[in-house]
Design a protein around this ligand. Structure first.
Ligand code: HPA
Length: 294
């Protein structure tokens, strides 16, 4: 079932009542263990998802469920503290819903992070990976159903979903901070079960460097709506079958927590230096009289 443009507008309008004239430049979707970044915002306005019409509540551990608006490193940001996943029972369109609402509120750039399993055997747990591209072969798309032309075209290009200038920014900032950063392809698996060793071997043959259960639906919707995207993964574990041991959620959460300071340092530095890509910040959008986003 497609959500209507009026529903997106209704959510955006309900948020506007709370944030007034504040217009976020950067939407941030943070994976497990990074939600505390929202506590660093100045002049923060925090809105529980339950107060926003059509927003769904996260059920995953470590995902709080509120949107926090405020200033960070001189940028106006909207931090999603907690995200929802397809494996929780939500459609891909529902998973991507907040991204489109934040786009309507003005965000032209999205930073998205996750924890992922390393498929590339030259990578190791604790390392950060810049997402250069993704593979999603399973299930449908958040754009399935009637096209919301106000956001973008029926058949959007997906050649540059992970904005090259933002990839360069992250690479340069990681080098400045002396933070090792790998670059690779993230392959989406719907979960909630971790992959089998055979699936991981298949993923490697297909060109994946990491696997995970999030991010891709949101990035597809962001790209459709013309947003610039920076995607970063924390490699929390070696993917199934690489080491002779089972995967556990605790291992993922512990690794995410252990890397969180480094991860947040990199995100803040990227945010601070976004002005070297000034055009990115000019992508704040308006809705024209014809209802189309500009
Ligand atoms: N597979 C899928 N999702 C994940 C993994 C994994 O190995 N690690 C963290 N999220």
């Amino acid at each position: 079932m497609s959500l209507s443009f009026a529903q997106y507008r209704e959510s955006a309008d309900a948020i506007t009542v709370r944030i007034g004239a504040f217009r976020p430049q950067v939407a941030m979707i943070l994976g497990s263990g990074l939600g505390y970044l929202a506590d660093l915002l100045e002049d923060a306005v925090s809105i529980p998802y339950s107060d926003i019409p059509h927003f769904r509540a996260p059920t995953a551990p470590g995902h709080r469920g509120r949107l926090v608006f405020g200033s960070l490193e001189g940028r106006k940001v909207a931090v999603m503290q907690g995200r929802i996943h397809h494996y929780e029972g939500y459609s891909y369109e529902e998973v991507a819903y907040p991204v489109r609402v934040l786009r309507l509120l003005g965000a032209g750039t999205m930073f998205v992070t996750n924890a992922a399993g390393a498929v590339n055997q030259a990578f190791f747990p604790g390392v950060l990976m810049l997402i250069a591209d993704h593979i999603k072969l399973f299930g449908d798309s958040p754009l399935r159903g009637e096209n919301q032309i106000e956001f973008g075209p029926r058949f959007p290009d997906a050649s540059y979903l992970y904005t090259p200038s933002l990839q360069k920014l992250a690479k340069d900032m990681a080098a400045d901070l002396n933070i090792p950063l790998r670059k690779g392809v993230y392959m989406y698996f719907p979960g909630p079960q971790y992959e089998t060793p055979a699936e991981i071997r298949a993923a490697r043959i297909l060109g994946a460097d990491a696997v995970g259960m999030s991010t891709v639906p949101e990035v597809i919707a962001a790209g459709h709506a013309g947003m610039r995207v920076l995607g970063l993964s924390l490699l929390s574990n070696m993917a199934a079958g690489i080491l002779d041991q089972p995967l556990t959620e605790q291992e993922v959460l512990d690794a995410a927590r252990a890397a969180s300071d480094r991860f947040i340092k990199l995100i803040l530095k990227c945010l601070q230096n976004l002005n070297c890509c000034a055009a990115l910040l000019d992508r704040n959008c308006e809705t024209g009289t014809d209802g189309m986003l500009r």
